[in-house]
Structures are given as C-alpha cells and as structure tokens.
Design a binder for this molecule. Sequence first.
Ligand SMILES: [Fe+2]
Length: 446
Amino acid sequence: MDGIIGKAIFLDETKNDDVRQATILLIGVLGLTEPVQPSKLAQLAFNRIIPGIVGKLEGNMAGSIYSTPRIGVGRHTGYAYDKWLDALGLPVHTGYFIEDLRKAELAPWEEMQCNAAMIQLEGMHGVTGACVMEIPGGGSMTPTRFALDETIFVVAGHGITTVWTDEGKKHSFEWGPRSLFCIPQGVYRQHSNARGDQPARIVANNYMPLAMEMFPDPKFFYADTYMDPGLLAADGSSEAYSVATRSEGGRGATWRGNFFTDLAGWDGLVPHRQRGGGGHVVDIEFPNSVMGGHMSVFPSGTYKKGHRHGPGVVIIIPSGEGFSVMWPDGEDKVVVPWHEASMFVPPNRWFHQHFNVSQVPARYLALSPLKQTRPGNENFVPREDQIEYPDEDPWIRDMFMAEVAKRGGESLMPPGAYTDREFNWEYSSNEEAGAEIFGAHLSEEP
Ligand SMILES: [Fe+2]
C-alpha cells in the first residue's frame, strides 16, 4: 500500500500539466491489462486507492485528477456557457470536487477587478455554474448588474457588499467567513474587501449555464437587464440583508432572509430523521428567489443514508471533517474527502452518502436544485432513491468503521439502525419540541 500512496502523491507532483503521463502512471498503479476511458480510469483509481487511506492522502489525488484547473478550457460540451468560459480565459476547475476553495488556483479577471476561477464540476451538468473570486486587501470589485439570482458563500475574509437599483436606496451589509447571502436578479452589486491586510474570497452560484442555452450572448446577463426595484424590499415582512427570520414550512426549521451570518455557528436547527445519522437540518429560503438550500449537521462517528436526485446541487462544507462517497447505480464509487471550504456536486442520479469521521459535528450546505429536478416531485421514489442502512453495500460500513478507527474514534451508529429500516433515531425532548413549533412534516430534500 505504501508504494501506491507514493505513486499517488507523485501524480500530484506532475502539476496537472500532462494528463497522458498521469494516465500511464495510474495504469501502472492499478495493474490494468486493458485500456479504459480516462473517466473510468479515474473512478478506478479512487475506488482502489482512496478507500482506507483518505486520511493520509487528503487532497493529493483531488488536486491531481479531479479538480484540475484548466486555463481557458471548459468541458467542451457544446453548451453556450462553456464556450463563454473558453473566451474568458480564466482557470476552469473541473472534476468531481474542489478540496479547498481557499487555495483554488485563480487568475486576474481584469474586467471585474478581482482574481477568479470558474467552476464546472461534473455534477453541475450544464445546469448550475459557480465562480470563486478573490478581492485583494483594500480592494473593491467592479460594480455590476447581473440578470440572475446569485447565492454567495464567503470562503475567507471579511467584506462589505452594496446592492441597489435605479430607483431605490443602497443597501450595504458586512460579511465574514462562512456567511451566505443572495443577490436578486438584475440589481447592481459591488463587493469590497473590508480589510487592508488580507484578501477576501467568495464563491458565487447561479443557473447561468441553463439560462445561456436560451440566451447565448453573455452581454444579456451583464448589461441592460430587466430590474425590479421590489426585489430589494425582501418579502415585505423584513428588511433586506437583516438577519434571517424563522418561518413556517419545510421540516420545521425554515429560515427566510437574504443574509445568514456564519453557517458554522448557525444553531436554529431541528432533527432530520429521514436521512438518518442522527442529523439536524435548517432549510434556507431567499425571499422572491428560486434559489435556496439547506444545511445539515450530523454528529461525530455517524453517517447519513445514501440517496440520489437530479443535477446541480452544489455542496459546500462550512465546518467538520469527513468524506462523501458518490456512485452511479451498480458502478464504481468516487470518494470525496472534505473539510471546511471543500466543494463538490453529486452527478445526476448518482447515489451519494456523507460520513463524519472527525471528533466534532460536521456541517454541509446544499444549495437547492431547480424544482424540476428536486426530490419530492415526481422523480424521487423513497425506496429506490434512498438506501436504508440494512440495504447498503457492506463496503460502506466497513470503510466507515476503518476510517473512524484510524482517527482514534469509534462508530456511534446505533446497532438497531442496521437491522430496522424504520429505525427511529433518538433526539432530546427539547429538540423534538423545537421541530413541532411550526408543524414540521416529513419531506424529501436533497
Ligand atoms: Fe443529496
């Protein structure tokens, strides 16, 4: 095994420039006797190398194969969005995940007065797009209009964002590490770094790949777009960019607002039974926006149930350490190691499952898919699209136990969960009461 680890790390030292060289090395590592497609080869590499040594390798394999920044080269899907990325000339991060958004390679984006890279991970499937941007110390980005709603997660640093319309007053709000906010479609926005001594880094998510299939000209999105001054009035019940307020609906802890201070400290959560793992959840709604999401928090030494749904659900880790496994039904598995500021997107209809192997609770933020691809619509079948613990591949449990033990921990999965498909996880009475305040109901979300 040490030899394999050594070669895997050596792949990272190729600096991603020579895919052919990496392929030759991988074929040697895996002992393959027949040629395979590069994508299949990558899956094989993860399946055979990563399980059992996630803690040792961390992001080395990720950096070499799955998140290769490719300057000015998109995925060549033929999508209008990918052609635009080619023209921009910025790094494009592809693959299955980005191990650390704080360290992702960027390049100057003169037009926006920042350093930036575009993100096109496999699971985005031409539906969602993302861009990571870094504002230099003391700097401000170019004031911009953008035609689509955009959610922004703060990867690092502190800053101020100002939003305004032609008719309304300016709204400014401060943000810090792990803040989450939404900028409504069509309004002006300007992001500034509030510190002079350190850069600030944000990642913006939107549906631009899908929208550009209908309007292929990028100027449509950045200039002379339709503007609705009412969008900055929030929903009439709260001031825009004040802290979110709790509202009815969802699974009992829906918070509604344009701004969430620090997702690592957000504690307005309720039990989340249907996905197992003893987890808690908060649902996030942005007023007047199709975008939104939820954050799940689950305890040390546990893991969630495997499930699958449609494409484009961007997952970002606010805190904790663990990994996720993703796989198309019946095929090889991809392992994604994660910690704060990791990002990944489960591909369309791939099962995925989240594991906490650290000593503290882990959190993941999942930005909602479009309604058309969301579980709860016609395309989610509980017994087919979620794997109960008694039905899972034994490899899952074995791998989890090994990884927890490797870190000196132990599994806190209750034995009953492995024998009873209807197993009812125990929560405190206070937690149960919190969920009932607004009449929580069982619903399936990504
Ligand atoms: Fe999911």
